[in-house]
Design a protein around this ligand. Sequence first.
Ligand SMILES: Nc1ncnc2c1ncn2[C@@H]1O[C@H](COP(=O)(O)OP(=O)(O)O)[C@@H](O)[C@H]1O
Ligand SMILES: [Mg+2]
Length: 516
Amino acid sequence: MPRWFNTAGPCKADIHYMLSPLARLPRLDRLIAQQGYFVIHAPRQTGKTTAMLALAEQLTASGQYTAILVSAEVGAAFPQDLGAAEAAMLDAWRDAAKFRLPPELQPPPWPQAAAGQRIGRALSEWAQQSPRPLVILIDEIDSLQGDSLISVLRQLRSGFPNRPQGFPQALALIGVRDVRDYKVAAGGSNRLNTASPFNIKIESLTLPNFTPAEVTELYNQHTAETGQPFTAEATQRAFELTQGQPWLINALARQLVEAIVPNPQQPIEHAHVEQAKEILIQRQDTHLDSLASLLREDRVRVVIEPMLAGQELGNIPPDDVQFLIDLGLIARYPAGGIVPANPIYREVLPRMLASGPQDSLPTIYPSWLTVDGKLDSERLLQAFLDFWRQHGEPLLKSAAYHEIAPHLVLMAFLHRVVNGGGTLTREYAIGSDRMDLCLQYGEVTLAIELKVWRAGRPDPMKAGLAQLDRYLAGLGLTTGWLIIFDRRPELPPVAERTTVEWVCTPSDRSIAVIRG
Ligand SMILES: Nc1ncnc2c1ncn2[C@@H]1O[C@H](COP(=O)(O)OP(=O)(O)O)[C@@H](O)[C@H]1O
Ligand SMILES: [Mg+2]
């Protein structure tokens, strides 16, 4: 029985629900017929491998080409030994051919060649021996580093004029980077005078996330199989929350049909999608299984930290930003600036970072709940002030990101508040100069804005009140909290400096201004 993908990695149509991988690719037949060399680049887990496997299969099945998807990944294990990297790749490619090509299209024995020429010589030999024009699709090209990467690209460039008899007719490099960035990955421009070691005329193509229509088509496959419909609102919400990220689209569907609405008689609705989203956020499931350790890397912190605080990016190497875009964690705003790649990751990132303070949180009695289990925001304010005065200072030290430690401790506290019975959502972006939080618990909606008072800057209260006023207007609320974390040096301890005052905005909203 078909089902949803539950592991990362390429997929096969006969086991799973899936979109036609070829329909997702731009038209490549013309490019291949015209002996083109090209790059396919897209963030991790976008469906590149799935699509290129299908392409190779189709080209071979057409009877016109010997086409195969191979991977450069094994070469990464030998960063200092080019010859060994080449040999490992060629071994893996022979294995791939054994499984993916019919006997008459198998490669010849690889010719003897010096290190630094093995890939080029092997491809040349294969192109000459193959009864059909050879099409080679090289996956994971950017797992190679430094000299190995430069060498492989150079070998491809020098064989290029000999195609199609003496070198592959068409060739694709598949990875997360565009080819013009390869010189950066290969160790800097001072070593190469050319724009790129792969400077032959080459088309660069990308694979986008799923479109709303594709999400509908994929979810309809489940409906066709089981009779269980997705309402239009549910599908649309799934798209909004994931921005069509293929792995998340599958993960959300899996939660929905397996855990939340297992009865196929019952349609899947908008509210179910919200529930599934909460589960993914709580489990901190993402298409990267090493996200927690990635977040501890400095090059990741320098981008994520200011993004969460709403600060400007400052002098950060563009490569650090590009790295996170390649991973699929953040995206460029069309208007400029960067944001988390989708609303689910917008929640997962701060939650993962708040887990340090969360684990250090003392037992907190939910004094903010009324006898009938409703949230009382006045009592919550008091509870927060008590908590902050008593535990704020030591907890600040438990946060992995120093600059936004107060944000993370506050979030840990609020996660405790919503635990089980409510939700907490966040808005933040580079340059917005704030973070907005919206806490929902039963009928109560509480909007909170966080600002930071930095050394040498004016008190952010005035700007904060104006921003919060607009945020409250958008939510249709008449009251909210403005929290100003004072990060200037040589302040009195948190316990002494934490205060609250009520302020009225020009549009008559009453706001609790909390300083801590
Ligand atoms: N054609 C498709 N239809 C449905 N889901 C897909 C499709 N291609 C990819 N996916 C989803 O994306 C995940 C990653 O696919 P993969 O091909 O390994 O991506 P990449 O090579 O870009 O990292 C798959 O496990 C699956 O969940
Ligand atoms: Mg892949």
